[in-house]
Design a protein around this ligand. Structure first.
Ligand code: UD1
Ligand code: CA
Length: 472
């Protein structure tokens, strides 16, 4: 079988299983590491390695799996239904049967092996092509091979078959060379042999691994050695956490290599969908989730958790800031201990400081909310100063309303703005004022009882207290 072009090949990714050992309602392949579902890591490996078609076999939780794949890859991935999970061999058969037009080589990957480098897959496919092998696979040696299929070799040293962990005899169990589950087949050979599998094994399933034995009987099997740290399969939560730690570390190192300032390689958490420019600085224990963008010169200090946040050039995010779905403008400063809730858009050189909370608010260039304030549903112009303890009363129990502060407005400390309300350009609001009506341009709004000083009152009061105490 040699008449196919060696440069086109397909990938089949098996993702129909339930993953009982995860003890979770979520299908196993949708558990995420580094902000991306397991199956998406595998698909990305296949696409990055150069697969021209990528078929994902779905079954358990198929709607959710298909939706996740669509979101990540759109039309670059095709799905195939495996109606019942009768084993990895059955899963491959479903894909092969659904696509009679597959030619060339076909790589098979398991959807629960998220760490495979594209270079290894490409090497496997290229070696398979060069040797014109019916089956090529990666093997690896482990100190503790439990759970993995074991590699059996013949006297000449070539791979003869794979015995599943649960089917191992005592001596086979001691074999430390395992099957990580990464194959490249001649498609014609795969199509023919996948029909010849049976369920005569401990799990009563059709094992893809039995195809390796069929290939060995026919002659052409080759294998390459892999490093198990890149090939690990996720079957339970412990393995998921270990793989997440490996991925996290790799991302941190790669960022540092590209010129991002990484204060602590051990505690930086950056999801795969984030973009960090060289020259940005990321402190210890920083978590960047979803699709954050951090531009050059920006600094994110200790303990910040940002989800889908854009941090523009030279902005500073001081310790322990939490922000979601927001933008922080060029040269702006946020924190320490600020909370930006969704749709907070902070203009260039603006400031949101200690213990202030914002939500659905545009803060104009150079404007400040420095201390202990709540600013929700706000439209705030440029050069506005919002004093300590200001509250935007945006909710009347039924609806949210907007507070508008035009350019150069000054809000004195401990004021409340009862929305809907507008403070016009250049106006002042005196400290402690409850603003319920619009304030005209350049006016001063004061709404509080007039202060009265009672001379000597405190001294007389203290004298009374002393007398009472003496009488007791
Ligand atoms: C499999 C291999 C084993 C190898 C190990 C490496 C077989 C028979 N065994 O075992 O040799 O050492 O992977 O990690 O192939 N799946 C389906 N449909 C099914 C069954 C499984 O799509 O009917 C998918 C699962 O979603 C999963 C993958 O195939 O992503 C592997 O299945 P799993 O049950 O985890 O196989 P292992 O027992 O780990
Ligand atoms: Ca597995």
């Amino acid at each position: 079988m040699s008449s196919h072009p060696t440069n086109t090949w397909n990938a089949i990714i098996l993702a129909a299983g339930e993953g009982k050992r995860m003890k979770s309602a979520l299908p196993k392949v949708l558990h995420a590491i580094g902000g991306r579902p397991l199956v998406s890591w595998v698909v990305r490996t296949a696409l990055d390695a150069g697969a021209s078609r990528c078929l994902v076999v779905v079954g358990h939780g198929r709607d959710d799996v298909e939706q996740a794949l669509r979101a990540d890859f759109g039309p670059r991935v095709e799905t195939v239904l495996q109606p019942q999970q009768k084993g990895t061999g059955d899963a491959v058969r479903c894909a092969i049967d659904a696509h009679g037009d597959l030619v060339g080589r076909t790589a098979v990957l398991y959807g629960d092996c998220p760490l495979i480098p594209p270079t290894l897959l490409r090497e496997l496919v290229e070696r398979a092509g060069a040797a014109d092998a019916d089956c090529s696979l990666v093997t690896a040696t482990l100190a503790h091979p439990d759970g993995y299929g074991r590699i059996l070799r013949n006297a000449a040293g070539s791979v003869e078959r794979i015995v599943e962990d649960r089917d191992c005899s005592g001596p086979q169990r001691a074999i430390r060379e395992v099957n990580p589950g990464l194959y490249a087949f001649d498609t014609g050979f795969l199509r023919e042999s996948i029909r010849r599998l049976d369920t005569d094994n401990a799990q009563g399933e059709l094992y893809l691994t039995d195809v390796v034995e069929l290939a060995a009987q026919r002659g052409k099997v080759i294998d390459i050695e892999g490093d198990m740290s890149e090939l690990t399969g996720i079957n339970d939560r412990r393995e998921l956490a270990l793989a997440a730690a490996t991925k996290r570390r790799a991302v941190a190192e790669e960022l540092a290599r590209q010129g991002v300032g990484v204060a602590d390689l051990d505690t930086l958490y950056v999801d795969a969908g984030c973009e960090i420019e060289p020259g940005a600085l990321l402190g210890p224990n920083v978590h960047l989730r979803g699709r954050c963008v951090v531009r050059t010169g920006a600094q994110i200090d200790v303990g910040c958790v940002l989800v889908d946040v854009v941090v523009e050039k030279d902005a500073k995010v001081l310790p322990y800031t939490v922000a979601t779905d927001s933008t922080i403008g060029e040269g702006a400063q946020v924190g320490p201990f600020s909370h930006l809730r969704p749709e907070s858009h902070l203009g260039p050189r603006s400031k949101v400081g200690n213990f202030s909370e914002t939500k659905k608010t545009v803060l104009g260039e150079g404007s400040k909310v420095n201390h202990l304030s709540y600013v929700g549903d706000g439209v705030i112009g440029k050069g506005v100063n919002i004093g300590a303890g200001t509250i935007f009363c945006n909710y009347d129990g039924e609806q949210k309303h907007t507070t508008t502060l035009e350019d150069d407005v000054f809000i004195g400390s401990d004021s409340q703005l009862v929305a809907p309300v507008t403070v016009k350009r250049g106006a002042y609001v005196a400290s402690g004022t409850t603003v319920t009506r619009d304030v005209p341009e350049d006016a001063l709004a004061v709404a509080r009882t007039k202060q009265e000083n009672k001379e000597g009152y405190a001294a007389r009061m203290r004298a009374r207290f002393r007398k009472k105490k003496a009488e007791r």
